[in-house]
Design a protein around this ligand. Structure first.
Ligand code: 2BA
Length: 108
């Protein structure tokens, strides 16, 4: 068994998790924040049998779009100094996917 950690854009998370659920994957959604841009994103936890990992990654890739967004250049340095920062267009979205080996999974 594997644990898939997929960091996706908030705007894509609903369709990604709905599609995964429709194909009988179990999904947990966490609200997360990127450490660099300090923009909210969504981390999906998906426990899946090894032979289903490829299909989960296909779904995530298919529904995760990259898009341009205006962000503060000093966003990663904290909100306190944002009044001194410049706006800059950056590319966000797509998906970052980690696949981890699972030692065991129990439900009590
Ligand atoms: P953020 O950390 O907010 O990063 C947003 C985007 O900023 C990144 O897009 C990348 O293009 C750029 N970036 C990040 N760190 C940078 C740095 N130190 N110097 C220059 N540019 C940097 P993605 O790579 O697509 O990552 C999107 C989000 O996925 C990240 O949001 C973070 O929440 C997560 N992520 C990506 N790689 C990760 C990793 N190795 N470990 C943990 N989380 C990761």
């Amino acid at each position: 068994m594997k644990l898939i950690l997929a960091i996706v854009n908030n705007d894509d998370s609903a369709v990604v998790s709905a599609t995964l659920t429709r194909e009988n994957f179990s999904v947990t959604k966490l609200s997360t924040t990127g450490g660099f841009l300090m923009i909210g994103n969504t981390t999906l936890l998906i426990g899946a049998e090894d032979d289903r990992v490829g299909r989960a990654k296909e779904i995530i890739q298919e529904h995760s779009r990259t898009r341009n967004k205006v962000a503060m250049t000093t966003g990663s340095l904290g909100r306190g100094i944002q009044k001194d920062s410049l706006e800059e267009e950056v590319t966000v979205g797509g998906a970052t996917v980690f696949v981890l080996d699972v030692e065991s999974m129990d439900k009590y």
